[in-house]
Structure formats: C-alpha cells, structure tokens
Design a binder for this molecule. Structure first.
Ligand code: SF4
Length: 171
C-alpha cells in the first residue's frame, strides 16, 4: 500500500518509519508544518527531516509554508489552537495523498505522548473520508523513547517545545 507519512520533525519520524516499513508500506514523507516558529526553528527541523530522509532512503516532499502571525493571533484561544494546527496539517496530507494517487496517509504526531492523540485520530479519520483515502491509525506512543534514542544515535536535533510561537513562549 502506498502511504504518505506526514512528518512533524526528524526525531518523531524515526520509530513510525521503522514500524511502517515492517508492515511493507511504500512510504513517501511530507514535511508540512506551518505551525513551527520562529523561521530558524522551522528550517532546522526541516534540515533534520532531510538528514533522516538520506539515512533511511525515504523520499520526502517539502512545503515551506510558514504562518507565525496567524499563531500569534491565537494567543487568546488557548489549546483550541491545537485543533486548527492538526487540521491544517492532516488536511494537507490527506489532500496530497489523494491528488498524487496514494492509497493512504498517516502522521508522526501519533508517536508523541505530549500530543492530543485522540483528537489527531479523529481528525485523521475525518479528512480521510473527505478526500477518499485511508487514514492509517497506529498508536506509536509505546515506541516514543526508542524513537528518541534512535534520533540521538543518528545525531538528529531534538527540540524542546512543540512548535508554535506560543508553545515556545510557554516552555
Ligand atoms: S502547541 Fe503544538 S499542536 Fe498546539 S498549536 Fe502549538 S505547535 Fe500546534
């Protein structure tokens, strides 16, 4: 099955790639994270995905969209901003998968115990239905520590905050 893997960063991608390859998925990555701020951080995470891509031989498409002003304007809506943040990225992955003739998509966000896992699952399934592709749901969280160790071993940069300017200011 041909799968688009939305990649939020290098370290979170290590374990899901390992597991999806065991299941014989044919994977293409997609780096699309307009939530990551400031621009230096966005670039740094992208460079780490490029590094992981060359280590694993997983091809990755990159979209450099960057929307810091939009996230700064969300400071009064609290954690509801995460709903918008996941929606933006998952809709992009689902639409991209459908347009490029892939069967399915998933996201490395499913590895993190710090994310709103059930909301990601719900939104993934919603956009799968909207675009007529399958959402491959896996609970990768038991492999989070292993994935972080794999990232350490590969010399990948491991960030200390989720991504948006608000999460940077609250860390
Ligand atoms: S905290 Fe993380 S998931 Fe929530 S809006 Fe910020 S970057 Fe997105």
């Amino acid at each position: 099955m041909k799968l688009i893997l939305h990649m939020c960063c290098g370290p979170c991608s290590t374990f899901p790639i390992q597991e999806l390859l065991k299941e014989n998925f044919e994977i293409q990555g997609l780096y699309y994270n307009p939530n990551i701020h400031p621009i230096e951080e966005h670039t740094r995470r992208k460079e780490n995905v490029e590094k992981l891509s060359s280590i694993t031989n997983i091809p990755v498409a990159y979209d450099d969209e960057f929307r810091q002003d939009e996230w700064e304007a969300m400071k009064d809506i609290g954690e509801d901003r995460c709903h918008k943040c996941y929606s933006l990225r998952l809709e992009k992955a689902a639409r991209y998968a459908a347009e490029k003739g892939y069967d399915a998509f998933t996201t490395t966000l499913l590895v993190s115990p710090y994310q709103k896992h059930d909301l990601i699952k719900e939104l993934g399934e919603y956009y799968a239905k909207k675009y007529g592709v399958q959402f491959v749901y896996r609970d990768f969280r038991p492999g989070f520590r292993q994935g972080q160790q794999m990232a350490r071993d590969m010399g990948l940069y491991r960030q200390k905050y989720c991504g948006c300017i608000l999460s940077l200011n609250n860390k």
